[in-house]
Each structure stands twice: as C-alpha cells, then as structure tokens.
Design a protein around this ligand. Sequence first.
Ligand SMILES: [Cu+2]
Length: 202
Amino acid sequence: MDLRFVSRLPLGLACLLGVSATGPQQSMVQVFDQRGLPVEGAVIEVPPPSGSTRAVAFPWRYAMAQRNQTFVPGTLIVPQGASVAFPNLDIVRHSIYSFSKPARFQIDLYGRDQTRSQRFPITGTVALGCNIHDKMRGYIRVVATPYAAATDLNGRGQIDGLAPGTYRITVWHPRLRSSANEAVQTLTIAPGTPARVTIELR
Ligand SMILES: [Cu+2]
C-alpha cells in the first residue's frame, strides 16, 4: 500500500486497515534474573494471535555447530518440524545425543567439516550433549510460533512483527526455577520501550 495515501486517511480508518506508520514492528525484550543481572540464553515465546496466518519461520540458520568443543549457538530456536544441521567445525570428532522427551536421538561419531542433521517434529526443549565431551551443553527450543527470540549477553532479544499490546508469554531458561524450566508471564509491548522480564534462576 502507498504510504502517502495512508497518511491522508483519517487516523481511525488507518487503524482499521491495520497500517502502521513505523513499518514492521520490532519489539525489544530484556530478561533479568532475581538479582537484576541480564540473562543470556533465555527464550521468549509469544503465542500467535488467533487467526494469524504468519508462517513459523526465522531469519537465522537452523544449525547447531560444534566449534572449540562448544555448541554454537548455545541456544537455538527452530520451528516445529525443522531439520537442524550439526556441522562439526572442530578437528576432533563429536557424537551428539539428547535424552529429552521431544527428541531422543544419537548421532554416531563424525569428524571435521562433516555435518549431520536431525528433524524435530515435537515442540519443547531439546538438551544436547556429546558422548565424547561431557562438558558440551546445547539447547534447541522447538516452537510453534513465529514470535520468539533468544536473549544475548545483555539479556536482550528482539521479536519481529508483534503489535503493541499485552501478551501471555512463555519464558524458558535451563536454570529457571520452575517445572520444565518454563514460566508464563504477562508482557506489555509498547513502542520504543524494551519490555522487561524478570525470572528466578537456580
Ligand atoms: Cu564432542
């Protein structure tokens, strides 16, 4: 739609058409723990509004690499049903597994510059380990909503396409003190202000 045309519409009508003068909404969320410190690797999920037809897809690669005997990224969000690649960027071999309910699997040892893939048809949290390197930990959060974000070092995550309003959200973090490490909270998205979420960590 031509924005010049929209700007000449009465405000009420522009709202009815669902047109925003600021373009696609990008909502910033920031997660803190009970001591007020930013939380990295938390996942925020907002259920799609009823009637939403937006596809569940994300702009990042559905891949969990191994580099320096670390899963990269440590926390990955993928749509339900996605196939996730596990490229090995190390010299050493890895054997990835999960005992998590949504996806119990094991990938046999594979070496440098090789990759394997695994499909995730069930929503929830998939905790990853390596049979060779005990300290390796990674998490895949399989979701059924396009409105999801993982937080960075500063506890910040960005959710695209969410209109201002109040939502019931799910927050997940591997150390969140709650059953399944999840908490349901109310989140208010307002333009220009990061929405603050506080969770209790173990
Ligand atoms: Cu390994």
